[in-house]
Structures are given as structure tokens and as C-alpha cells.
Design a protein around this ligand. Structure first.
Ligand code: PMP
Length: 318
């Protein structure tokens, strides 16, 4: 009997054993998404970031920020303290790296973050400090900085102003998309939380090809569209301000997505692909379809990012 490696489940080229968690970050697949309502000539490809070890795009940023801190001597190899403000994904990625290295990890999280996120953080050994979501992100950052003063020697990655967050995507996400598409990418559609994914990925790709970049934000906190910040239902994007690391000069178009559209589209993707994706993936796909209906993009390849899995939102699913 012969074995056809090409038709086997899994990848044809089997990777050698990984030595650590860090080796498992990145090299995520691009999946062709048969989204209902997408013009037939448009190919929609999604970067499936739930394939990272801690199941989100933030594994990349957490790893690059931590390595930069180690190289700069801001964090010892072990026994340090890391404090970060996160709606959950970055916190979970940092907590995993801290567990492996033997650091204390303190995550400041809004009290509306899902129960799953709190449970995963505690499982990884992190301390979770909940702050009122209604006070906004700025108040949460102020709380984290206050905490830093009480814990001498602690390091705060500050993902919304840390250049290593952008570099993670410039050095990994962008090159991976370039390689997987053979350089054939016309449109990049990307949700903006800290702006790290969009800025790093768009910068890398725009240096190589004529690319149309679409930033995605919640309609109820449409600050890039000139609106007011506000509470919304798309976790991970729409921080309510444009972060220091977001390079708006890379952005050609902004699409604001209603909460309900994001949630419904996430479910559409799940039913069409079998992948349970998070709400911000639904927002990215809804924006992709909106852009793709413009006849200008007939025959185009649209690449988007699905930042995480829907499993961490099931307890709050509608
Ligand atoms: N979606 C989810 C679920 C996220 O956790 C994040 C990161 N906060 C994003 C989208 C946006 O990524 P970035 O911070 O790189 O803009």
C-alpha cells in the first residue's frame, strides 16, 4: 500500500518537534472563506490566528514584546514581574510566556471580559485584577501604572505604544501572507485594537505591492471615521482612541461595523467553514464583503485576519 502524503489530513511537510512554546507561534494557515454574498470573482483569504498556541494573534505581539524587553534588560530571564492591561488575548499570551519563564504575571482586565478569559488566565497562574469597563481603557492603564509603582522592577509591555507589537507583524504576519499568496494580494482588511496587526502587516506588504488597506472598527466607537468613542460589542477592536503605534498613513479606507453584523457574520463563517471564530473575525469578514462588492475589486484577492476563536465568547453568545 502506498501513502499519498499530499492528500493526508494535516500539512504535507511535517515540522520537526518544537522545543518550546515560542517555536509554535506564527506560521498560521490562510483559509479560503466561502462567505455567502461575496462576489463570485473575489477570493477571500483569512489568516487563521486561532492556530497559534494560545489561540490568538496576540501570541505574536506578546512574544516580540517580551523578547525586546529581555534584550533591553527590562526583564530578567526568570523571576520578574509583568503587568499588562488587556481585554484578554494579550494577557493570555503573556501569561503563557510568563508561566514558562517563571515570571509573576498580573493582568488588568475590564470586568466585562468573558468568564473563559478569566479562567484561562488563572489556569496559567496569572493574577487577574478586574477594573470597571465603564471607566474606559485609559482608567485601566492608569490602574496598571499605579500597580507598577507598588511592584518595583516590574515591566509593563504597554502593547498600544510598544513598537515590538508592530514589529511582530512586520516580521511574521506580513511575510507569511506574502509567501502564502505568492505576492498576489490586492486588499488587506484588518481590525484595529492596538493597531499592531494592521500597521506591521500593511507596512510590510505595501513596501512590496500596490495594496489597498482597509481598517475595521466598531460603528459604535468609530473614532477613525471621525465618530465618538463608546461602549460596543466587538471585543479586541475599537479601543476608543487611535494608539501611538497605529500608522493611519497606511490606511486607504475605514469600515465601521455594527455590533449585530459582526456577531451574525461570525456565525455565518462558522456555519460556512466549520471554524468557530471570534466576533472581531465576524467584523473583519463583514467589512471584507462590504469592500468586495465594489466592482473595482472584481477578480481581486482580499486577505483578512481572523484574530481568534469563538470558543472564548460562547458564555456571552447571543
Ligand atoms: N481581535 C481580537 C479578538 C483581539 O484580541 C485583538 C487584539 N487586541 C484584535 C482583534 C486587534 O489586534 P491589534 O491589537 O493588533 O490591533
Amino acid at each position: 500500500m502506498t501513502t499519498d502524503l499530499g492528500t493526508r489530513p494535516g500539512s504535507a511537510a511535517v515540522a520537526p518537534p518544537a522545543r518550546s512554546l515560542e517555536d509554535l507561534v506564527g506560521r498560521t494557515p490562510l483559509l479560503e472563506v466561502p462567505l455567502p454574498g461575496l462576489p463570485g470573482s473575489v477570493r477571500l483569504l483569512a489568516k487563521v490566528e486561532m492556530a497559534n498556541p494560545l489561540s490568538s494573534v496576540k501570541d505574536r505581539a506578546a512574544l516580540f514584546m517580551m523578547r525586546a524587553a529581555e534584550e533591553a534588560g527590562l526583564l530578567p530571564p526568570t523571576g520578574g514581574t509583568v503587568i499588562e492591561c488587556s481585554s484578554g488575548s494579550t494577557g493570555i499570551s503573556l501569561a503563557a510566556l510568563c508561566a514558562r519563564r517563571g515570571h509573576r504575571c498580573v493582568i488588568v482586565m475590564p470586568d466585562n471580559a468573558t468568564e473563559e478569559r478569566r479562567l484561562i488566565l488563572r489556569e496559567l497562574g496569572a493574577e487577574v485584577h478586574l477594573v470597571p469597563a465603564q471607566d474606559g481603557l485609559m482608567a485601566a492603564w492608569a490602574y496598571a501604572e499605579e500597580l507598577q509603582r507598588t511592584l518595583p522592577g516590574s515591566w509593563v509591555p504597554h502593547q498600544d505604544r510598544n513598537p515590538a507589537n508592530v514589529r511582530a507583524h512586520y516580521e511574521t504576519t506580513g511575510p507569511e501572507i506574502w509567501e502564502a499568496t505568492g505576492g498576489r494580494v490586492d486588499v488587506l482588511v484588518c481590525g484595529v485594537g492596538t493597531g499592531g496587526t494592521l500597521t506591521g502587516t500593511a507596512r510590510y506588504l505595501k513596501e512590496r505591492t500596490a495594496l489597498h488597506v482597509v481598517a475595521v472598527e466598531p460603528a459604535r466607537s468609530a473614532v477613525m471615521s471621525g465618530g465618538e468613542p463608546g461602549p460596543h460589542g466587538i471585543p479586541g477592536i475599537g479601543a476608543g482612541y487611535v494608539s501611538d503605534i497605529t500608522d493611519l498613513s497606511l490606511v486607504d479606507q475605514v469600515v465601521a461595523v455594527p455590533d449585530e453584523a459582526a456577531a451574525l457574520t461570525a456565525r455565518e463563517i462558522t456555519r460556512a467553514t466549520g471554524l468557530t471564530v471570534g466576533v472581531s473575525s465576524g467584523a473583519a469578514a463583514w467589512a471584507s464583503r462590504t469592500v468586495a462588492t465594489d466592482p473595482r475589486w472584481a477578480g481581486a484577492t482580499v486577505v483578512t485576519v481572523f484574530p481568534d476563536s469563538g470558543e472564548r465568547y460562547l458564555s456571552t453568545a447571543r
